[in-house]
Design a binder for this molecule. Structure first.
Ligand code: ZN
Length: 119
């Protein structure tokens, strides 16, 4: 049913690397205060679909507002390639910055607007 595929991704300098299984037919473009500045496109996956391969010690955590999301970024290059959070139902989830996945043609994606600003 799902178009989930395996991807690798990470930050710009390469310190942070991960593998993820994700379905890029459902990519979100969020309008919250941080996403508009970062220009990130997101796909949400469960922790079981995500494996951090490198850089766990190089991630810096940034939080604001209700502090339910950990906006992690690499302390060397500053790129936030994924975030961790808890969904409204209490389930842990990982937000993957689709722009940080290897070999993805971002221009070919059709992002769905996500009204994060209203949360
Ligand atoms: Zn980096």
């Amino acid at each position: 049913m799902s178009d989930a595929k395996n991807y690798s991704g990470g930050c710009h300098c390469g310190q942070v690397r991960y593998d993820v299984t994700a379905d890029l037919s459902n990519v979100a473009a969020c309008n919250c205060s941080i996403c508009v500045k970062r220009g990130a496109l997101w796909v949400f996956v469960s922790p079981e679909s995500f494996a951090l391969r490198a850089g766990a010690d190089d991630l810096v955590d940034y939080q604001f507002n209700k502090k339910v999301i950990h906006h992690l970024f690499c302390r060397y290059c500053g790129v936030g390639s994924f975030s961790r959070g808890v969904a409204p139902g209490g389930k842990e989830m990982i937000a993957i910055n689709v722009r940080c996945l290897d070999g993805v043609d971002v221009a070919a994606l059709q992002p769905t607007p996500f009204d994060g600003r209203s949360l």
